[in-house]
Design a binder for this molecule. Structure first.
Ligand SMILES: Nc1ncnc2c1ncn2[C@@H]1O[C@H](COP(=O)(O)OP(=O)(O)OP(=O)(O)O)[C@@H](O)[C@H]1O
Ligand SMILES: [Mg+2]
Length: 251
C-alpha cells in the first residue's frame, strides 16, 4: 500500500477535491483498492463520499484508541473499491486528547493502524486540513509521499516554508517520506496563472506538469455528495485529474 498525504497550510486550494478525484480515478479507471482518510474536522471529504455523520465511528475514535482501524472504515456503496475513514467535529477534541496523553507515542497512531490494512488496499490517500496539528503530523509520519495542491494567487505560497519544515521533521520518524510534487489547481488561462505557474516551476519544489483547470462544476458538485468525476466527467477539471493521475503513476 502506498500512502499519500494531500496537504497545504493554505485553505481552499483543492486538497479535498484532489483527494476525492484521485481516489475515484485510481479505483474506477485503474481498478485499485483505495482507502481515503478524512483528516479534517470539516468533514468535507466524508460528505463528498456520502459517509459523513456526527455519530458514527470516525478518525477521532481511532486517534483516541477507542476503535481500531477496522471499526472506523466505511465502504463507499457506489464504489466498492473505495473505503473511507470519515471525520467530523469530534476530531478537534480527539487531537487535544492525543496531545495531552504523553504516555502514548503521539505521532505514530495512524501509521500503526495503517499497518493492519496494508495488504487490503493499494493506496491510502489522506486529506489534511489547512493547518498543522497532531493528526496532520500523524499523516506525515504515515505517508510515503506528499502532494501539495496550489491555487495560484498572492497568498499561494504562504506557509510553504513551515510545511517543508514539518515534512523534514516527519522524516526523522519516517525516512521514506518523499515530497512528490505541487499540483496547480483552479488554473485559468490568464497572466496571473501563467506567470505564477512558471514562477513555481523555477522554485526548488517539484511540480507536476499537469495543472487542473478551473471549472464552475467544482462548486456545484459540493451540493451533491459526489466527486467531479461522477458529476461532470467531461469538465476540464475532471479530464485534468485523469491526466494528473496518469502522470502521477508514470512518475
Ligand atoms: N478545479 C476547480 N475549479 C473551480 N473551483 C474549484 C476547483 N477545485 C476546487 N474548487 C472549489 O474550491 C473550493 C475549495 O476546494 P476544496 O474544498 O477541495 O479545497 P480544500 O483545500 O480542501 O479546502 P480546505 O482548506 O477548506 O480543506 C470548493 O468550493 C471547490 O468547489
Ligand atoms: Mg479540504
Amino acid at each position: 500500500m502506498k500512502t499519500i498525504a494531500i496537504i497545504n497550510m493554505k485553505g481552499g486550494c483543492a486538497k479535498t477535491t484532489t483527494a476525492v478525484n484521485m481516489a475515484y480515478i485510481l479505483a474506477k479507471e485503474y481498478d485499485k483498492k483505495v482507502l481515503l482518510i478524512d483528516n479534517d474536522k470539516q468533514g468535507n471529504l466524508s460528505k463528498a463520499c456520502g459517509v459523513w455523520s456526527y455519530d458514527n465511528p470516525s478518525l477521532a475514535d481511532m486517534l483516541t484508541g477507542q476503535e481500531e482501524i477496522g471499526g472506523v472504515v466505511q465502504v463507499v456503496e457506489k464504489m466498492p473499491n473505495m473505503a473511507v475513514i470519515p471525520a467530523n467535529m469530534h476530531l478537534l477534541t480527539a487531537n487535544l486528547a492525543v496531545i495531552k496523553d504523553e504516555e502514548r507515542e503521539q505521532a505514530t497512531i495512524i501509521s500503526k493502524e495503517l499497518e493492519k490494512v496494508k495488504e487490503i488496499f493499494d493506496y491510502c490517500i489522506i486529506d489534511c486540513p489547512p493547518d498543522i496539528n497532531v493528526s496532520v503530523i500523524n499523516a506525515l509520519v504515515a505517508a510515503d509521499e506528499v502532494i501539495i495542491p496550489i491555487k495560484i494567487d498572492g497568498y499561494a505560497f504562504d506557509g510553504m516554508d513551515e510545511l517543508e519544515e514539518q515534512i523534514n521533521n516527519a522524516k526523522a520518524l519516517n525516512p521514506k517520506l518523499k515530497f512528490r510534487g505541487c499540483l496547480v489547481t483552479m488554473y485559468y488561462n490568464r497572466d496571473v496563472c501563467r506567470q505564477g505557474e512558471a514562477w513555481l516551476q523555477n522554485q526548488r519544489y517539484p511540480v507536476f506538469k499537469t495543472h487542473i483547470r478551473r471549472t464552475e462544476k467544482a462548486d456545484e458538485v459540493t451540493f451533491t455528495n459526489e466527486s467531479l468525476m461522477e458529476y461532470s466527467p467531461r469538465s476540464g477539471a475532471a479530464r485534468d485529474y485523469k491526466t494528473f493521475v496518469k502522470e502521477y503513476l508514470e512518475g
